[in-house]
Design a protein around this ligand. Structure first.
Ligand code: BTN
Length: 242
């Protein structure tokens, strides 16, 4: 009963592929595609997935602690991806709360965690990682992005990258299951792209302005305003000039 690995040339979405097979998979099983016809991002957005350019990788994880632990899990995945890329020679890879990787203030990778399973039971999670490696110029993406080929010299080949990410994330998730979020807070801090910087948090219609002060052990973003430091569990942050 070892985790399986599948390399698929063309698929709708690697996340969907694993979600459809949750009952048959060992925890840690992964699949990698070269092209996604219906790649998806967070908040119902599409994830542009041109052929062969980038890494489209998903992993199945059975989390016995249940859904409540899933928030921390997605931060743990981001930290371990940043560490793995740095170990492979990439310089300046950062994390953005809650689950992106950044390089030079531009998005390098996005993480989409999807789940099935009932409250109280084990959570069945599919962790999708979209890593820009050599994304060509395009009108399909509405935010500025970075490519790993600009951060990492020499650039490892895709199989080596995928293998290292699967191993790194697997190790991190095992540790998370044993000891929780605590050990990851300092690891997060050392890669945090926004630590000490002026940001705004978009919370639905509301905007909160403050200074980013890292995360707490629940995985919440800590924002310092004139009222002190407040933890936030939702929303999207961006840099601000005012
Ligand atoms: C985001 O930043 O919005 C998350 C993007 C996640 C994209 C990856 S690519 C592999 C996996 N399969 C999908 O359909 N999405 C994720």
């Amino acid at each position: 009963n070892v985790p399986a690995f599948e390399l698929i040339p063309v698929i709708d979405s690697t996340n969907q592929h694993l979600l459809d097979r949750v009952g048959q998979l060992e925890s840690g099983s992964a699949c990698l595609a070269e092209y996604q016809q219906a790649g998806r991002g967070r908040r119902g957005r599409a994830w542009f997935s041109p052929f062969g350019a980038n890494l489209y990788l998903s992993m199945y994880w059975r989390l016995d602690a249940g859904m409540a632990a899933a928030m921390g899990l997605s931060l743990v995945v981001g930290v371990s991806m940043a560490e793995t890329l740095q170990n492979l020679g990439a310089e300046g890879v950062k994390v953005k709360w809650p689950n992106d990787l950044y390089w030079n203030d531009k998005k390098l990778a996005g993480i989409l965690v999807e789940m099935t399973g009932q409250a109280g039971d084990a959570a069945h999670l599919v962790i999708g990682m979209g890593l820009n490696v050599a994304m060509p110029e395009t009108d399909e993406v509405d935010q500025s992005w970075a490519n790993l080929q600009d951060a990492c010299h020499p650039l490892p080949d895709k199989n080596a990258l995928a293998a290292a990410l699967i191993n790194g994330v697997t190790e991190a998730l095992k540790q998370y299951e044993e000891t929780g979020m605590a050990g990851f807070v300092p690891r997060w801090d050392s890669y945090d792209n926004f630590q000490g910087r002026a940001v705004k948090l978009l919370l639905g219609e509301r905007v909160v302005k403050g200074i980013a002060r890292g995360i707490n052990e629940q995985g919440a973003l800590l924002l310092e305003t004139e009222n002190g430091i407040t933890p936030y569990l939702g929303g999207e942050i961006s840099l601000r000039a005012d």
